[in-house]
Write a protein that binds this ligand. Structure first.
Ligand code: LLP
Length: 412
């Protein structure tokens, strides 16, 4: 459920007519609904009936500091995967004890920054990373809290590029024997403390069966870890819950949490989840103008550099005209101005559209702006946050100056 809806034939975000935003800020432009984000967080939080929980929003899905602030105000923690994301979370004055650091390639600098800020946990993804964190902890005379991210070897379905928990994927540690060997090692380490067990099996998951298997795996592994003497404080089941991009049906956070609570009912640890897409996905749209009509092409002013998902994953986003009109629908291929044949935002999309119309590419809040680039020297779109009957620019449209900011001219 989101707060983008037609009123008298015109598309609104909450109480704001989106034509107003397009007129004031131009297109392409990302628009987010604060109420939708808050609603999704509430749904996650209320889903937990029996267990202590912490929702660590996955910063990579939408990392604008104003958005992170909304989540902080809702008591969320953050799942981060880089020094930059750590700095974003610290910049908005997040309690570091709500930050978990995942990722297979943490550098020395990133580890030290996490240690110095006393984050909740590093989710360790390899034996080498464990030794590296221990070394840095020892050099700095610290005891560092860590979790082991294990690889549950389940196939979460969905696109190849976004599966992470299968045997042979680069993420997490497997087999379980290695996890237990490392648990023993940590128990005896003066500089590490094992406080969690974590996993993340993929993204846009439409089937709760893989979560159920994961919850069973995490329970069994936690029982084995108990025997190594470590006292786990949290079990982290990652993010990944799918959302409807068209009319597809996906499970709700409530369904997900009830499976987790059932499978882990005999465990006492806090449950951590790391949702990204299911919080911000349908809270954002990308506004774009139809520049030209050519045969069955709608050539719009947004492109693959603004929204990469269709070109990269063949992702299907629904697209609505701000002026509701279902008569004279035609099938269009909607393309952007970038000089690549893969710059297609939608294929065979049925709608009524004319040159000059403004369209809303839906469900673009997660992995939308954050994956945008300057390819073809296109400036990045602005981000605008709607809160009821007000709106604020939370990131300005880039300018030519921004484009060349870090370039050095040999002629100067
Ligand atoms: N935790 C970890 C360790 C992750 O790697 C991810 C996403 C999440 C949580 C959040 O997953 P979510 O709830 O958003 O599914 N760019 C792709 C998605 C890549 C996901 C990467 N990891 C897309 O546009 O579909």
């Amino acid at each position: 459920m989101d707060y983008f809806l037609y009123k008298n034939g015109e598309l609104f975000c909450e109480e704001i007519n989106l034509q107003e935003i397009a007129k004031e800020f131009g297109t392409p432009a990302y628009v987010y609904s604060k109420k939708t984000i808050e609603r999704h967080i509430n749904v996650y939080k209320n889903a937990f009936q029996k267990k202590d929980s912490l929702i660590c929003f996955s910063v990579k899905s939408l990392s604008n500091i104003s958005i992170l602030n909304i989540l902080k105000e809702k008591d969320c923690g953050f799942d981060i995967v880089s020094g930059g994301e750590l700095q974003r979370a610290l910049h908005i004055k997040t309690n570091p004890k709500k930050i978990i650091f995942s990722g297979v390639g943490k550098s020395n600098e990133e580890i030290l920054k996490g240690i110095n800020n006393e984050i909740l946990s590093f989710n360790i993804e390899s034996e080498s990373e464990l030794f590296r964190i221990e070394k840095i902890a020892s050099e700095n005379n610290k005891v560092v809290d860590v979790a082991i991210r294990f690889n549950p070897e389940v196939d979460s379905g969905g696109h190849e590029y976004i599966k992470t928990g299968r045997k042979g994927d680069k993420f997490g540690i497997s087999p379980n024997d290695l996890v237990l060997k490392l648990s023993h090692y940590i128990y005896n380490s003066k500089h590490l403390r094992l406080i969690g067990l974590a996993c993340h099996i993929g993204s846009q998951i439409g089937d709760l069966e893989s979560y159920k298997l994961t919850a069973i795996n995490i329970r069994q592994l936690a029982e084995e870890i108990d025997k190594t003497g470590n006292e786990l404080k949290f079990l982290d089941l990652g993010g990944g819950l799918g959302i409807p991009y068209n009319s597809d049906k996906t499970p709700s956070p409530k369904d997900l949490v009830s499976i987790i609570e059932e499978e882990l009912k005999d465990r006492n640890e806090k449950i951590i989840l790391e949702p990204g897409r299911s919080i911000t996905g349908n809270a954002g749209i990308l506004l774009t103008k139809v520049e030209y009509i050519k045969d069955n092409f709608l050539v719009v002013d947004a492109a693959m550099n603004d929204l990469l998902r269709p070109a990269l994953y063949d992702a299907k986003h629904d697209i609505w005209n701000l002026k509701q009109n279902d008569s004279d629908n035609k099938k269009w291929t909607i393309v952007g101005p970038v000089c690549e044949s893969s710059d297609i935002l939608a294929k065979d999309h049925e709608m009524n559209a004319s040159e000059g119309d403004i369209l809303a590419i839906k469900t673009a809040g997660a992995y939308g702006f954050v994956m945008s680039s300057n390819y073809n020297s296109r400036v990045r779109a602005p981000e605008i946050l709607v809160d009821n009957n007000q709106y604020t620019v939370i990131r300005k449209r880039e300018s030519f100056k921004d484009l060349i900011r870090n370039e050095v001219s040999l002629n100067d």
